[in-house]
Design a binder for this molecule. Structure first.
Ligand code: SAM
Length: 330
């Protein structure tokens, strides 16, 4: 699949549920209204949709959410999608998780062919962790991470950089990831969904500033390591682990975008930061044949926009896109 700007679309991120067992302050409001269950695609429908994308050229699938591991029966979907790894149609099946359920699922994930996972963790301080996630327990995530390691999964920690909240912990996070053998990626907070915007402006921290701060203590060697995602990677000489930065606000990385995102209701967003979307649920349910679905996918890719225009600025209207990150998935 090639879009109008010549970019090959080989990476599909799928939000398998909008529900989550955490309420991270920068991601969701505390009193979120979730989708009625009837609107959400069944696991079989999600499989059929993902498989159509794989047939059409997607090489990397990432399951996300909401929290993917709170979707009931999720291992049925993951086991089933694992068949595309076995045939070689898919290079990678992975997921982004908050880690709360990893103790239960790590072995199953490894058995299904998952090799790497991203775990979101912004702080190593357990009180701060509960404050940030509202409902999360750091111990549970730590136990999940150990289970992932024991199952042989490679772990990448994703931390959203929040000024005045975790910026004083960057060095600890780097050292801890070095000790544990995890890669680490810092992410700029993006203006998505209504959460109380004053808070977001106050917390926003450009990663150029974070990197300068980190380089006072650590030696960052340039690398051209790529995962197919948007992070720019360095190697931390002192730990030997990779450190990445995802900078949607200070550096627009859309020119190399290879991704599209599917929600759990079958809506395809061709860009995380734009509102245009294509409904794939109707063509999916229209016929047992996948022909209408494949036509709809092709038509959507032909509309993929050139890029997003996120801005965090007091003069701008609040959120650049009205949907929360939990809808389109991180
Ligand atoms: N529940 C899973 C998790 O916690 O990783 C997957 C979904 S979560 C929405 C995916 C990622 O998006 C997390 O790393 C989270 O920190 C990040 N995220 C959520 N809202 C964000 C925002 N406004 N800006 C930047 N990252 C955000």
């Amino acid at each position: 699949m090639i879009d109008p700007f010549g970019r090959s679309i080989s990476y599909l991120r799928v939000s398998v549920t909008d529900r989550c067992d955490f309420r991270c302050v920068y991601c969701m409001a505390e009193d979120m209204t979730f989708l009625p269950k009837a609107d959400v695609l069944s696991l079989e429908e999600l499989d059929r949709l993902c498989s159509a994308f794989v047939r059409m050229g997607v090489r990397k699938l990432r399951l996300t959410g909401g929290e993917p591991l709170v979707r009931r029966g999720i291992m049925t979907l993951i086991d089933s999608l694992g068949r595309h790894l076995k045939t070689g149609a898919l290079d990678e099946l992975t997921l982004t998780t908050n880690g709360s359920q990893l103790e239960k699922y790590a072995d199953g994930l490894a058995a299904a062919g998952v090799k790497r996972i991203n775990v979101s963790l912004d702080t190593l301080d357990s009180d701060k962790f509960t404050e940030l996630t509202r409902w999360g327990k750091l111990d549970k995530v730590m136990a999940g991470l150990q289970a992932a390691k024991a199952a042989g999964l490679q772990v990448k920690i994703n931390a959203v950089a929040l000024r005045g909240v975790n910026d004083m912990e960057f060095n600890d996070l780097i050292a801890w990831c070095g000790d544990e053998g995890f890669d680490l990626v810092f992410i700029e907070v993006m203006p998505m969904g209504e959460i109380g915007e004053e808070a977001r402006i106050d917390q926003y921290m450009p990663l150029s500033m974070a990197r300068a701060q980190i380089q006072r203590k650590w030696t960052l060697d340039e690398t051209d390591y790529k995962t197919g995602g948007p992070a720019r990677y360095y190697t931390v000489a002192e730990t030997g682990r990779r450190l990445g930065f995802i900078t949607p606000l200070t550096h627009n990385f859309c020119e190399s975008c290879n991704r599209v995102r599917l929600t759990c209701t079958g809506t395809l967003y061709m860009c995380l930061g734009q509102n245009d979307a294509a409904d794939l649920r109707a063509p999916l349910r229209l016929s047992e044949s996948d022909a209408p679905l494949e036509d709809a996918i092709r038509e959507a890719i032909a509309r993929k926009p050139k890029g997003h225009d996120f801005i965090i600025d007091r003069r701008q209207a609040p959120a650049a896109v009205p949907r929360h990150m939990s809808v389109t998935g991180g």
